[in-house]
Write a protein that binds this ligand. Structure first.
Ligand SMILES: *[C@@H]1O[C@H](CO)[C@@H](O)[C@H](O)[C@H]1NC(C)=O
Ligand SMILES: *[C@@H]1O[C@H](CO)[C@@H](O)[C@H](O)[C@H]1NC(C)=O
Ligand SMILES: *[C@@H]1O[C@H](CO)[C@@H](O)[C@H](O)[C@H]1NC(C)=O
Ligand SMILES: *[C@@H]1O[C@H](CO)[C@@H](O)[C@H](O)[C@H]1NC(C)=O
Ligand SMILES: *[C@@H]1O[C@H](CO)[C@@H](O)[C@H](O)[C@H]1NC(C)=O
Ligand SMILES: *[C@@H]1O[C@H](CO)[C@@H](O)[C@H](O)[C@H]1NC(C)=O
Ligand SMILES: *[C@@H]1O[C@H](CO)[C@@H](O)[C@H](O)[C@H]1NC(C)=O
Length: 875
């Protein structure tokens, strides 16, 4: 029977077509879809079911900013920021008494009056979609299109498996969780299946396949044209049967935990237009020879284990618009045919092992390019002037190449870049071609060798649109407070809106005082990083009342600042990171910092702070603090036993799983990348590119604290690093330290602690570093578990201690016998025995991986993630 489907409301059709075409589902003008008169009224039972369905939800605009994509997806058909703001609650207009076939988002079979299609994409549905939902009373449904709603992380009801007529089932990004029901595999008529999902913050997938494997799941869906399972944990290899799907047009499997070998035959599927499978690190594969019948328009293999050479036949993919292979293992020369792909608008070749010669002038053939990333593509020589042909180019990342830009300075017509990434490009001069770049929003010139002053004309460019300026790691000199700058910024201060959100001039040789005009950036500025320069003078007064309302990160460390912490900082209510370390600030503890609700990192190390850090009238704990480093100051006094109550941020591990990398930032990942807060962990000073959410650390070392270690410290269940070394703490080691199960590093050395070492410390299974040396501890060293892995140097300098690993034997448990034998020198800490570190790998491995990956990817994802305004966490 011929069905005619009607979506009555014309703007729904528009939406559907937008939706459908952005899905790459090109089915416009289906003759069966008509906007015919409503001669065929919908059946009463259908109408009732729909109204019941409406009752199951509240209608609220969803906020997706809390969730994020695991990996970057340039062409993400089911996410469109531009549609979302225009979304509206379609069901609100469903009213009893009107033909339901005319309702927004409802399509009927015009012959029978049965509801056959439901398109409620972006329609504000909120609440669980239950298995008894009235949706499942609509047995004739062929299309169920529900992406971008909020089903409150309920499971996908297995009842979908009973809607056997379904050809479209699109549930993407609608907040489902749990196992994908195997019953969906009964839907053998499916043409389009979309279950793509966000990821949770602890990096696990919300959705996963379990009872059936991927192969069985899709085995009977032989008509599939579009398969969208991004970020659903499939944890399997790619079924060979996919290569039998002769109608397959769109394949999206990014971040699905796939492994094994990518079947080469997939590339040969005649209808295939999109292969978007990035972020499956374990998936290996090669690119085959292509032929000129291919309809591929998009190929995204970012962050996969693909290797080999790019075939020269890639030049035959004449329809290709997007080609992305970032962070794969491709090698060899880039085939010259790639510069023939004149339809490309997105080309991402970063971070492979190409041995590319000069960047050819045929680059100019790619005149439609909007986005070009050649980060670490190992090009050298001159940037060809044909770059001027790429008039559409907005995003250009050429960082980490050995190129010269002199030709560019002579071209009159360069593309107007929005994002320009020239980090680590061996630049020695400020590029003068920037003079005409008045559309720049993001500029990265970091890690070059640019000397001297920032040219005056640049500030004229900067004030137009610039949001992110990264000049870090160069040799810039001079003062920021010079008259030309003041003139440039004069009109900003008077009447113009500024855009600057990130200013990073860290690790240069800037000097002088901090200019007042920085305060004129006022509420636009979110990150200010002046670390590692020669600024001096009192801490800037630019934080005058009410300015810098959006400041999230302030890093003034490694300068020569003096004076006190400016109290106006308290008006920066969004401050998350404050790093004043390595200056000469002389002040008492800024108690008012305790009232800053979002402060997560506080670093005051190496200054001249003095006095108590506790005051009975000003004490309220720290709500969000995760890292506190007060070391190398003159803080003094006792900490009362209740000191560590109310430190909410350190009480619970964020997502319970410390082995996954989680970062503090939510929406804009770059935010903390440059935080560069130095954290001492396991005796190693680490400059963290980003601060891991899982790292919680308290360092009070090298001060003059005395009294007992506050008993409330056992509240800090999430604490990973504790350093109280080089103070005058007295009393015994609190046995409840043994309850702090996340602790990996405990340094209590150089204090006046006495009594026995509590046996409970042996419970700390993650403990990797322990130093109790140079105290007045007595009695036998407890044995067993983790404690056996430490060397004598962890216990040295306690004349009353005995037992392994010290060479002093405990004759009688209560009166240790001191043996003066040849091994006494081990107390100095240099007789290491092989240490079997049984546990506690989590964070270390995490750090290493995090660091390596992040520093490799740095500028690429830094910018990209910002530019794309999506949420990205390291895979
Ligand atoms: C569906 O089930 C939920 C609980 O699972 C229940 O509260 C609700 O009343 C049921 N709805 C209908 C229409 O039966
Ligand atoms: C996917 O599932 C596998 C097996 O259950 C699990 O080991 C893995 O951690 C999961 N990955 C993600 C990202 O959720
Ligand atoms: C592909 O289809 C052919 C012919 O229908 C069939 O013999 C073969 O088993 C299928 N392969 C897979 C992996 O399903
Ligand atoms: C690029 O395309 C032109 C015209 O189609 C062709 O003559 C040339 O051989 C191609 N170059 C490469 C390197 O494939
Ligand atoms: C960078 O390029 C210059 C000339 O363009 C060359 O002299 C130099 O050896 C190159 N450096 C590297 C590391 O390839
Ligand atoms: C604790 O702090 C001291 C400096 O005060 C430092 O020497 C030591 O390495 C730190 N311990 C750990 C484990 O980081
Ligand atoms: C423990 O601390 C002391 C004094 O700070 C130091 O000399 C020793 O090397 C440390 N031991 C270990 C294992 O780090």
């Amino acid at each position: 029977m011929m069905k005619s489907i009607s979506f009555q409301n014309s703007h729904i059709i528009v939406y559907l077509i937008i939706f459908i075409s952005c899905c790459g589902i090109y089915v416009s003008c289906d003759p069966n879809v008509s906007t015919a008169t409503s001669a065929f009224k919908c059946l009463p039972d259908q109408s009732t079911a729909l109204l019941e369905f409406k009752q199951e939800f509240s209608l609220q605009k969803p906020n997706f900013s809390y969730y994020y994509y695991h990996c970057f997806m340039y062409s993400n058909p089911f996410y469109d920021d531009s549609i979302l703001p225009h979304s509206y609650p379609k069901m609100k207009f469903w009213k009893e008494g009107k033909d339901c076939c005319t309702w927004d988002g409802v399509a009927c079979d015009m012959k029978t009056g049965q509801v056959v299609g439901l398109d409620l994409s972006y329609s504000w549905l909120q609440g669980p979609l239950r298995s008894n939902s009235s949706l499942f009373k609509l047995h004739q449904l062929q299309k169920v299109i529900l992406p971008y709603n909020n089903f409150s992380f309920c499971h996908i009801p297995s009842e979908f498996g009973q809607l056997s007529r379904l050809t479209y089932l699109i549930l993407s990004y609608s907040m489902f969780s749990g196992e994908v029901p195997s019953e969906i595999s009964y839907l053998t008529n499916l043409l389009y299946l979309g279950l793509s999902s966000f990821k949770s913050y602890d990096d696990t997938s919300f959705l996963y396949l379990k009872r059936v494997d991927f192969t069985r799941f899709i085995r009977n869906m032989t008509n599939l044209r579009g398969l969208y399972l991004d970020q659903v944990n499939l944890s399997s290899s790619i079924p060979e049967s996919l290569t039998n799907l002769s109608s397959l047009t769109f394949l999206q499997l990014s971040g699905c935990d796939l492994y094994g070998k990518f079947p080469e035959k997939i590339f040969q599927l005649p209808k295939l237009e999109l292969i978007i499978v990035p972020c499956n690190h374990l998936l290996t594969g090669f690119l085959p020879q292509f032929h000129n019948l291919s309809s591929l328009t998009g190929l995204n293999l970012d962050m996969m284990n693909f290797s080999g050479k790019l075939p020269n036949s890639i030049g035959l993919l004449e329809y290709l618009k997007e080609f992305a292979i970032r962070l794969c293992n491709f090698m060899g020369p880039l085939p010259s045919s790639i510069w023939n792909l004149s339809n490309l608008n997105y080309l991402e070749l970063s971070q492979n092992n190409f041995n590319s010669p000069d960047l050819p002038s045929t680059l100019g053939n790619l005149a439609k390019l909007v986005d070009l990333s050649l980060h670490s593509a190992q090009f050298s020589g001159e940037v060809p002037s044909s770059l001027g042909n790429l008039t559409q180019l907005k995003y250009f990342d050429i960082s980490y190449n050995n190129l010269s830009f002199t030709k560019l300075n002579t071209i009159s017509e360069l593309p107007k870049f929005q994002t320009l990434v020239l980090g680590s490009c061996n630049l020695r001069e400020f590029p003068s071609f920037l003079k005409t770049q008045d559309q720049l929003e993001n500029l990265d010139l970091s890690s070059n060798r640019i000397e001297g002053q920032i040219p005056k004309w640049f500030w004229g460019i900067a004030k137009k649109k610039l949001e992110i300026l990264d000049l870090s790691h160069n040799k810039f000199q001079g003062s920021l407070d010079s008259p030309p700058l003041l003139t440039s910024f004069f009109d900003i201060s008077e009447n113009k809106k500024t855009y600057l959100r990130v200013l990073d001039i860290s690790k240069n040789q800037f000097s002088g005082t901090i200019p007042q005009w920085l305060g004129n950036f006022g509420s636009s500025l979110e990150i200010l990083n002046l670390q590692g320069n020669n600024f001096h003078g009192n801490l800037p007064q630019m934080f005058r009342n009410g300015s810098m309302l959006n400041l999230k990160k302030l890093d003034l460390s490694d300068n020569q600042f003096q004076g006190k912490v400016p109290p106006f900082l308290i008006t920066c209510r969004k401050l998350q990171v404050l790093n004043l370390g390595h200056n000469q600030i002389s002040d008492t503890f800024p108690f008012w910092l305790q009232s800053m609700p979002e402060l997560q990192v506080l670093v005051l190390r190496w200054n001249k702070f003095y006095g108590p850090i506790w005051n009975p009238h000003k004490f309220r704990g720290f709500e969000s603090l995760r890292i506190m480093d007060l070391s190398f100051n003159n803080f003094s006094g006792r900490l009362p036993s209740e000191y560590f109550t109310n430190w909410v941020g350190m009480i619970q591990a964020p997502c319970g799983n410390k082995k996954t990398l989680i970062y503090m930032e939510d929406r804009y990942p770059f935010t903390y990348e440059r935080a560069s807060t130095i954290v001492t962990n396991k005796g190693v000073e680490m400059e963290l590119d980003r601060i891991l959410k899982t790292l919680t650390s308290i360092d009070l070392s090298n001060n003059r604290f005395d009294g007992e270690i506050p008993s409330s410290i056992d509240n800090l269940q999430a604490l990973v690093v504790l350093n109280l070394s080089s103070n005058s703490f007295t009393g015994s080691i609190p046995p409840y330290l043994g309850n702090m199960s996340e602790l990996e590093s405990l340094d209590l050395s150089k204090n006046k602690l006495s009594g026995r070492i509590p046996q409970q410390l042996a419970n700390l299974t993650f403990l990797e570093y322990l130093n109790l040396s140079q105290n007045q501890l007595t009695g036998p060293i407890p044995q067993g578990k983790q404690l056996n892995t430490f060397s004598s140097s962890s216990f040295a300098g306690n004349p009353g201690l005995c037992g392994s690993p010290l060479s002093r034997y405990c004759g009688n448990v209560d009166s240790p016998v001191v043996h003066h034998d040849k091994e006494v020198e081990s107390e100095d800490g240099f007789t290491w025995k092989p240490v079997a570190v049984g546990y506690g790998f989590g964070i270390v491995v995490g750090f290493v991986i995090g660091h390596v990956i992040l520093s490799q990817r740095r500028s690429n994802w830094f910018w990209r993630s910002f530019v794309g305004k999506f949420i990205y966490a390291a895979c």
